[in-house]
Write a protein that binds this ligand. Structure first.
Ligand SMILES: *Cc1c(COP(=O)(O)O)cnc(C)c1O
Length: 372
């Protein structure tokens, strides 16, 4: 049996609906912005319950657009977590600011207890990441931001369909940034992203900046860029959104089974706590595993396609020598995690058989007998 990590061949097995809607688009030749984009933006803001949405060409540019909208640039510092995808820090550096990297907690999320210590007179914003599709302690982050007059830009790139107390990820701060890259919970056939906000001024600015700062065909208000989402992808996004609830439900069912039996292997295996009021998207299913590297080899040999997110925390990357500030002694958790972390396949096309097979092999590796 093979337990594939990649769900895209399954997901795009049946593309008739996409082709049908694409042919409508092709007839209309609305290839940049236009009605398909507007329709998608309205759908997405309704879905996350946010006043405004601006779609972008990807999640990285959604973050860059958010930082620029809040006027963050050279001389400013932005606090984020070291255990994230490159783009979170890359976006901060792209606007000329310095990224302040702090440690992750036992749930692989930003350690909120370390945030206040990292604040200086230069700090302008916090970028909490909904890492793997789980959420950090967002109410604590809101309190810290309020007390210290900092902006919050949520990196909810893996968080589409995720909730904290029935409130969608990305709607807790000033701006939320999302990605629709193929590996995210709501994905298109390539790149795509969104920002959402309740602030009309920020919305209007971001909408203009995304399209060269244009007010109309013949006038620009300020210099902008081209961060536009492709209407072809907006059509895919709209169709995928209809499946999202079910996708998340199935991933959660798989995660629940993995949780149940992997927790029995404690302390060989450590599975993060699942917060009661949170709905996770399970963009990633991560745990800490003893003898990780050998387990990884063993599982790959058994055609269980596991990954590591990531073997090197960002502060240990060569790139972090520049434009990043961190306290090497205060990043122990993420360094430890990077040595033991393993990401298991959990996606919506895996059945109980796949999950049982995965568990059986992990139990076997540790010399334990797996009984359902
Ligand atoms: C994927 C991802 C991004 C970047 O999104 P792209 O659409 O790939 O540019 C940023 N942050 C996090 C946490 C991500 O997972």
């Amino acid at each position: 049996m093979k337990v594939p990590y990649n769900y895209l061949p399954e997901e795009f097995k049946n593309v008739e609906k996409i082709f049908k809607n694409w042919s409508k688009l092709i007839k209309s030749s609305e290839f940049t912005l236009g009605p398909y984009i507007e329709k998608w933006e309205a759908k997405f803001s309704e879905f996350v319950n946010s006043k405004y949405c601006v779609s972008t060409n990807n999640g990285t540019d959604a973050l860059i657009l958010s930082l620029k909208a809040l006027n963050i640039g050279p001389g400013d510092e932005v606090i984020t977590v070291t255990n994230t995808f490159y783009a979170t820090v890359g976006a901060i550096v792209a606007v000329g600011a310095t990224a302040v990297l702090i440690d992750s907690d036992e749930r692989f999320q930003i350690d909120v207890d370390l945030i206040e210590n990292a604040i200086t007179s230069k700090t302008k914003a916090i970028i909490p990441v909904h890492w793997g599709g789980a959420s950090p302690d967002i109410s604590k982050i809101q309190k810290i931001a309020k007390k210290n007059k900092l902006f919050i830009i949520e990196d909810a790139c893996m968080g589409i369909g995720g909730y904290v107390k029935n409130q969608h990820t990305g709607t807790f701060g000033n701006i939320g940034a999302f990605s629709m890259h193929p590996l995210k919970s709501l994905n298109v056939m390539g790149d795509g992203g969104m920002v959402v906000t309740d602030d009309q001024k920020l919305f209007k600015w971001m909408k203009k900046y995304r399209n060269h700062g244009m007010i109309d065909r013949d006038h620009i208000e300020f210099w902008g860029e081209n961060f536009r989402l492709q209407p072809l992808q907006a059509i895919v996004a709209e169709l995928r959104l209809k499946e999202l609830k079910n996708t998340i439900k199935l991933r959660n069912q798989n995660a629940l089974m993995l949780d149940k039996y992997l927790r029995k292997l404690y302390p060989l295996v450590q599975i993060p706590e699942r917060k009661k009021d949170n709905t996770e998207t399970f963009a990633l299913y991560m745990g800490l595993f003893k003898d990780r590297n050998n387990l990884k080899k063993f599982l790959l040999k058994n055609k269980i396609e596991v990954k590591i997110h990531y073997p090197l925390p960002l502060h240990k990357q060569k790139a972090a020598l520049k434009k990043c500030r961190f306290d090497r002694n205060n990043l122990k958790n993420s360094e430890l995690q990077s040595k033991c972390l393993l990401t298991l396949p959990v996606h919506q096309y895996l059945t109980k058989k796949h999950i049982d097979f995965t568990l059986k092999k992990i139990y076997l590796f540790y010399g334990k007998k797996f009984k359902v």
